[in-house]
Design a protein around this ligand. Structure first.
Ligand code: GLU
Length: 192
């Protein structure tokens, strides 16, 4: 088991995400990462093999002022324990995290490779990120693109997604993997 946390609101998102990942550590994991919108709506991501404390150290050396982001602890199922395979995964304008397993990732990867997509990792998750980028380029609407992807993938998933064209918005989807949305006053959370 592994973890997902996402935050959108007035607090410092980097701190909320790192504290959330620390609380999820008891489940076990092999690597961790976060992605954040900065004040100019640019997405930054940081991922590290090993403990959340190591990720925290790197983040705190060069903090990003942010009010929206996603964080992940990974328990590798597809691909080794490397920083390339750690989440978030980035494909064009899409940055995403995933807990679970995509069963038809091989067919989808071949489909995308035939279209010229190049992969940076061995994960099933990156296949979803690239597929989402592919459908987003087709329809230019992220919610519609997520719907198209969900209709094509098989398996279990909890996703946290951010998109460069939708600053400070979090998109979440789940099937057969735990994920809840916490709706606050002026702030919202997702967590597995
Ligand atoms: N299947 C994904 C991977 O291997 C997600 C694993 C997880 O749930 O942390 O990267």
């Amino acid at each position: 088991m592994c973890g997902i946390i996402g935050y959108c609101g007035p607090l410092d998102a980097q701190t909320v995400l790192l504290n959330g990942l620390t609380q999820l550590e008891y489940r076990g994991y092999d690597s961790a990462g976060i992605a954040l919108f900065d004040e100019n709506s640019k997405i930054h991501f940081i991922k590290k093999v090993g403990k959340v404390a190591a990720l925290r150290k790197v983040c705190e050396e060069d903090p990003i002022v942010s009010h929206c982001g996603i964080g992940h602890t990974r328990w590798a199922t597809h691909g080794g324990v490397t920083s390339e395979n750690a989440h978030p995964h980035v494909a064009g304008k899409v940055t995403m995290i995933h807990n679970g397993i995509i069963e038809n990732y091989k067919e989808l990867k071949e489909y995308l490779q035939k279209k010229g997509f190049v992969f940076q990792s061995e994960t099933d998750t990156e296949v979803v990120a690239q597929l989402l980028e592919f459908h987003y380029n087709e329809c230019h609407n992220m919610l519609e693109a997520v719907g198209r992807v969900l209709r094509r993938i098989e398996g279990s998933y909890a996703f946290g997604i951010i998109c460069a064209d939708y600053p400070n918005a979090l998109i979440a989807a789940r099937k057969d993997s735990p994920l809840i949305i916490g709706c606050g006053e002026g702030e919202n959370f997702i967590a597995s």
